[in-house]
Ligand binder design. Structure first.
Ligand SMILES: Nc1ncnc2c1ncn2[C@@H]1O[C@H](COP(=O)(O)OP(=O)(O)O)[C@@H](O)[C@H]1O
Ligand SMILES: [Mg+2]
Length: 263
């Protein structure tokens, strides 16, 4: 099982878009995939067609120790794709857990028995480097960083990488950044090409060959409640996420045959 946090403290860089569509493409390719919504904005949850209002329990209650993760899981329109939903309540988690001993490792504990049940667990992080993101970085073995290629983004990445390094040093020695995903790519502009060049200079082969092109169908997709390969089959967004999924599986074979969370 691979456990992968999608992290970037900047909002609107395609963390959630990548979680949904990479996860759905991997499920389409036969993998068992669990998506965990860790953002109080619950964009992942609503994209998966789940209404916050109808939810009795969410990942918030799991973190507070009020319920087990199995109790909150929802299946989806894609075979093999599951969701642990979030609600706006999650915004209160940091405060609710403020006095908890070992509060950074709660999520890791809550997920540890899932080894073997899934091939991939994706953790969709909120746009901050607070307690929830630290929990995700502690629970995961890998980090994928989606990067918006429409702006020069390397400064923000320095902060992110130093947080990841601190978590690695103090909480999760096996954590590695294993994928940089160029998103909202517009090959007609020098800027997009330049950002990808800079990413390759800094992160080398960790930058995926597949860049996710800017695609209006991806921007429309969230309200459909469907992943892109069902909403707009054959669209550039559907093609790119499928190619990314194949690359991710390739790295599984090459280097990460076993990246289960540590016991
Ligand atoms: N490749 C793309 N082309 C066009 N729009 C995109 C693309 N990727 C993401 N978006 C849009 O950009 C916005 C931010 O994406 P989102 O995944 O919610 O970012 P984050 O989770 O990092 O905050 C959303 O409205 C989404 O639909
Ligand atoms: Mg998001």
């Amino acid at each position: 099982m691979r456990s992968i946090a999608l992290a970037n403290q900047k909002g609107g860089v395609a963390k959630t878009t990548t979680t949904v569509n990479l996860g759905a493409c991997l499920a389409e390719l036969g993998k068992r995939v669990l998506l965990i919504d860790l953002d109080p904005q619950a964009n992942l949850t609503s994209w998966m067609g789940i209404e916050q209002k109808g939810l009795e329990k969410s990942i918030y209650n799991v973190l507070l120790g009020e319920t087990k993760i199995e109790e909150v899981l929802k299946d989806s329109k894609v075979k093999g794709l599951w969701l642990a939903p979030s609600t706006v309540e999650l915004a209160g988690a940091e405060r609710a857990l403020a006095n908890e001993v070992g509060r950074e490792i709660i999520l890791k504990q809550k997920l540890s028995h899932l080894v073997g049940s899934y091939d991939y667990i994706f953790l969709d992080c909120p746009p901050s480097l607070g307690l929830i993101t630290v929990n995700a970085l502690t629970a995961a073995r890998e980090v994928f960083i989606p990067v918006e290629t429409k702006i020069l983004a390397l400064n923000g990445l320095v902060t992110l990488v130093s947080t990841i390094n601190l978590v690695k040093e103090r909480l999760n020695p096996l954590l590695e950044v294993t994928g940089i995903i160029p998103c909202m790519y517009d090959g007609r502009t020098n800027l997009s090409r330049e950002v990808v060049e800079q990413l390759r200079a800094r992160f080398g082969p960790k930058v995926f060959n597949t860049a996710i092109r800017e695609n209006i169908r991806l921007a429309e997709c969230p309200i459909s409640g469907l992943p892109i390969h069902l909403y707009a089959p054959g669209s550039p967004g559907a093609q790119d996420y499928m190619n990314l999924a194949k690359e991710v599986i390739q790295t599984e074979i090459e280097t990460h045959a076993d990246s289960r969370p540590q016991e």
